[in-house]
Design a protein around this ligand. Structure first.
Ligand code: ADP
Ligand code: MG
Length: 728
């Protein structure tokens, strides 16, 4: 075994789980480090408290003079918790979270100092932001970005720093982050949904989008991970033969959680509790060393912040337990990858889940209204929705045999399929009293309020209705949920606005009753969007063919998929709803496409380096051992050596062929990279990386993985899959 590999494995095997003591009940520490409503009541004046609550629940502005009171209260609380610094905490388009810490400490002359934190510092900060991606927006204006407080997501203390969730915008007001468009989309869906709710209940004043994400990840011992340059630099293995035992026995899924992983999870969960992240579920996933963690769902903006924060602290706590967390969608070839299901719904301030069937025909008509509008929104914008989950890493998952395909379809289950079939045939125009009674009694009235068991069966659907929410399953594990959530809420908002205007039109112009109008519009929606409904096996080839016939898109790669982000339809959707202007949309597209290029470029370099500098020299070394052996046999046995050296000679040749295979393909790849780098047009460059550079990865890998099976295990330089996945 190579020395590096030997030491890494030895280190791993001697690990003792960190002991975690949980002294207090989780409910007692929940939110202890969050400036939440309870804490606010304690630290803020009545006026300041009311002002923040108003901002949270009604979106009202906070007066500058009140901000001073709030910052003072926040500071007192933070100091009492031992915080020394504060930071605006935001999510730039790098995908990671960003922070710039300032001390509360300030000198006031005469050798005196105080802790200070004014309203101005709470509300706005100017980080040195010139190196965050902005897709050219700031180059054309001033190289400045501002962060501004988002009072709807509470401040929290992490370590000794008070973190204030903020948006991040350019000097001229363009969004430079994930949160700004999300907040605008949530605002749009709130308004649109409230207007539609009024058909059913005049008391509804606010509709919140909810999000419950499920985070999948791998835990790999840090020593093993560090011994793999590909994991260190790209987050995934670029080489490695599959182990003799993979996941075929399904013995990991829902199995006993290994001790070390369990200690990690408990530590992580305690940290989550303190930060108010309501984590609830933990279990093993399908692949060895793969796990999942899910919270109780929350308001979407808060849930997005929580997920970003969680990914951050997962990394940090992993270090304490000598683990490395892999968030990559496909860290190991041939082994299941990781996703992040986004469970989504809409609920009213009167406590009604709009995607949960009710107990009366009226509440069920409301449910069907939101249900069918969502389906129509997805159908009309399937390419845009697909674009929100596109990334170099998620490309490995979509369409492979473990995750939903790149085709967006909606699964709704048998019962609701039947309901839609009935509704599709309601009379065009005014309904007869008999028909209405029939519908109420036999169709709308018959939706059982618990659909859960019937609708959670199809795991192959990218967008499935699961009883009281939709589950967007194609989202990748590294994704910032804001991206899919912004689009999902935006398309539903737009759809609800159109729906309302169509229903109102029928009421005003055709003198229809409200119910008649709603039934009429829904009927048409079912007819025009039922092509997106699919109940069968989404992984099958048959579906690809069928989907093509139905006119659904199947954008398999990121460069192809991303184009929908800048389609006319997308630009006008975002513009109309005030979510993003054309410049913002286009700059985001540019950033994402550039990120794609950079990722593949880095992978190409790393792969070339490992193949040439680690694999080939090892192969040569082993080949020399064989040659030496053959020479020895010849010396001893003379002419009859050939019979004895038969296998060795074959091996020597095989190794040569694979060395040649690696070298020629690495050369080809390097040349393709050079050619791609010269392409000015970003779209064409991405497509060159996708179609010319990337396919060579598999060829190089093929030869290297073959060599892994031929070469003496003693000298193989890379930690093997078996060791990465099964060392506990
Ligand atoms: P699973 O999908 O693993 O079977 P569940 O369906 O119970 O598990 O829930 C998955 C996730 O969906 C959880 O994070 C849960 O909080 C979330 N969820 C449940 N109801 C809603 C809702 N109304 N809106 C958004 N997310 C929800
Ligand atoms: Mg789920």
């Amino acid at each position: 075994m190579s020395t590096l590999r030997f030491h890494a494995i030895k280190e791993t095997l001697t690990r003792i789980p960190v002991t975690i003591e949980e002294k207090e009940r989780r409910s007692a520490i929940f939110g202890a480090n969050v400036f939440n409503e309870a804490t606010m009541r304690q630290y803020l004046t009545n006026e300041a408290n009311k002002s923040v609550l108003d901002a949270i629940h009604n979106g009202s502005k906070i007066d500058r003079s009140v901000a001073d009171h709030i910052s003072t209260g926040m500071k007192e609380w933070a100091l009492s918790k031992g915080a020394t610094h504060y930071t605006h905490w935001f999510q730039p388009l790098t995908g990671a979270t960003a922070e710039k810490h300032d001390a509360f400490f300030e000198t006031i002359g005469n050798g005196l100092a105080i802790e200070k934190f004014g309203g101005g510092q709470l509300v706005q900060q100017e980080p040195d932001a010139s190196s965050f991606p902005n897709g050219g927006i700031r180059n054309t204006f001033e190289a400045r970005g501002y962060t501004a407080w988002d009072p709807t997501s509470p401040a929290f203390i992490y370590g000794t720093t008070l973190c204030i969730p903020t948006i991040f915008v350019s000097y001229t007001g363009e969004a430079l982050d994930y949160k700004t468009p999300l907040l605008r989309a949530l605002h749009a869906v709130d308004n649109a949904a409230v207007a539609v709710c009024k058909y059913f209940d005049k008391n509804v004043k606010k509709v919140n989008a909810s999000l419950g994400w499920e985070q999948e990840y791998f835990l790999i011992d840090i020593a093993l991970a560090n011994a793999r340059p590909d994991i260190v630099l790209t987050g995934r293995t670029l080489l490695g033969h599959s182990p003799a035992k993979g996941q075929q026995l399904d013995d990991h899924y829902f199995g006993t959680i290994p001790n070390r992983a369990m200690a990690y999870m408990r530590d992580l969960e305690t940290e989550c509790m303190l930060l108010g992240i309501p984590v609830k579920t933990r279990h093993n996933e399908v692949a060895p060393n793969q796990f999942e963690l899910a919270p109780i769902y929350d308001e979407a903006n808060l849930a997005v912040d929580h997920n970003s924060l969680l990914m951050d602290i997962m990394d940090k706590i992993a270090a304490r337990h000598n683990f490395k967390v892999l968030f990559h969608e496909k860290p190991f070839a041939g082994i299941n990858g990781s996703g992040k299901h986004n469970n989504w719904s809409l609920s009213t301030d009167t406590g009604v889940n709009l995607l949960g069937p009710g107990k009366t025909p009226m509440s069920n008509l409301q449910f069907l209204t939101f249900f069918i509008n969502t389906i129509k929104a997805v159908y009309d914008n399937e390419e845009l929705l697909r674009a929100t989950i596109a990334s170099a890493s998620n490309d490995h998952r979509l369409g492979a045999n473990e995750a939903p395909p790149a085709i967006i379809s909606v699964f709704i289950g048998e019962q609701l399929t039947n309901v839609l079939n009935e509704l599709e045939h309601v009379t065009n125009g005014k309904l007869s009293p008999q028909e209405k009674t029939d519908l109420k009694l036999n169709v709308v009235g018959k939706i059982p309020d618990v659909l859960l068991d019937n609708t959670d069966r199809n795991r192959t659907s990218p967008f499935a209705f699961t009883g009281n929410k939709f589950e967007f399953r194609a989202v990748g594990s590294t994704a910032n949920c804001a991206n899919p959530m912004t689009v999902l809420n935006a398309i539903v908002a737009k759809q609800l606005i159109d729906f309302k205007s169509e229903v109102d039109g029928l009421i005003d112009k055709k003198d229809m009753k409200k119910d008649d109008a709603i039934f009429n519009v829904l009927r048409e929606y079912i007819k025009t969007s039922k092509n997106v409904l699919f109940e069968g096996n989404g992984y099958g080839e048959a579906w690809e063919k069928e989907a093509k016939k139905r006119g659904l898109s199947n954008n398999k790669t990121t460069p192809e998929a991303l184009k929908a982000k800048v389609s006319k339809q997308a630009i006008s959707l975002f513009g109309e709803l005030g979510i993003m202007n054309k410049v913002e949309v286009e700059s985001r597209y540019e950033i994402e496409i550039e990120e794609y290029v950079l990722r593949i470029q880095i992978e190409g370099r790393v792969l070339g380096d490992i193949a040439r500098n680690h694999i080939v020299p090892t192969a040569v070394k082993y080949q020399n051992v064989l040659i030496e052996n053959v020479r020895g046999l010849k010396e001893i046995y003379g002419a009859s050596f050939k019979k004895l050296a038969n296998e060795q000679l074959k091996l020597i040749e095989e190794i040569s062929a694979h060395i040649e295979g690696i070298n020629s393909n690495v050369t080809k790849m390097t040349n393709e990279r050079k050619t791609a780098n010269k392409v000015e047009d970003l779209e064409k460059k991405a497509s060159a990386y996708c179609n010319k550079v990337k396919p060579l990865f598999d060829k190089i890998r093929y030869h290297s993985d073959k060599l892994e099976l031929l070469i003496d295990d003693e000298i193989w330089p890379l930690v093997k899959y078996r060791e990465l996945l099964f060392t506990k």
